[in-house]
Design a protein around this ligand. Structure first.
Ligand code: AMP
Length: 195
């Protein structure tokens, strides 16, 4: 097996991040780590973490860094993730979490931080077309605005470190996957003898 690939992916709701994560898992053999999924699993299992996080999730807030950083660190340190690599989805959401991620990785390089970019008006159209009960125009606009506010400083943080890779998320799923893979492959070959 090849060397483990370590990725982070950002994207607005409706940008197709879920589908593209599956494609990255297939292509690079990485483990998909979604902190949102992890918290929902804790919640379903009715653990203390799940109950504490659940209240915050319902209120539309962010679970504290004191909780989230150890949760993510533990997952990243697990044997399967160390050997296979990962695509992190939903983490980091704050610059402190980004620092925590770097600390957890130590000498291991993060290969790319992908920003799967679909313009605001397009994701809005897609989310309206999905027509879920909680998707009122106002709720959609609010969620997207919150994402913007939350995410921009973290994107800037990675940009400053030369890790941010913008990928155009418009087009068919296959087109986006092709772009994504070319972008990631470039970052892998840029540093061929990375351990
Ligand atoms: P997601 O599925 O990634 O949108 O996550 C669902 C919810 O879980 C978020 O709205 C937050 O309340 C919480 N959450 C997930 N990941 C994080 C994180 N890295 N930091 C703080 N809260 C998080």
């Amino acid at each position: 097996m090849g060397k483990p690939t370590r990725l982070v992916i950002f994207g607005r709701q409706g940008a197709g991040k879920g589908t593209q994560c599956l494609r990255l898992v297939e292509r690079y053999g990485v483990v998909h780590i979604s902190t949102g999924d992890m918290l929902r699993a804790e919640r379903a299992a009715d653990t203390k973490l799940g109950r504490d996080a659940g209240r915050i999730m319902d209120a539309g807030g962010l679970v504290g860094d004191d909780i989230m950083i150890p949760v993510a660190k533990n997952r990243i340190a697990a044997a399967d993730v160390v050997s296979a690599g990962f695509v992190l989805d939903g983490f980091p959401r704050t610059t402190d979490q980004a620092e925590g991620l770097f600390a957890a990785l130590g000498d291991e390089r993060l290969h790319a931080v992908i920003n799967l970019d679909v313009p605001l008006d397009e994701v809005t159209t897609r989310m309206k077309a999905r027509g879920r009960g909680d998707d009122t125009d106002e709720a959609i606009a609010q969620r997207l605005a919150l994402y913007e506010k939350e995410t921009q400083p973290v994107l800037d943080w990675f940009e400053e470190r030369g890790l941010l890779v913008p990928v155009d998320g418009l087009g068919t799923e296959e087109e986006v996957t092709d772009r994504l893979i070319s972008a990631v492959d470039r970052t892998l070959t840029a540093d061929g003898d990375d351990a």
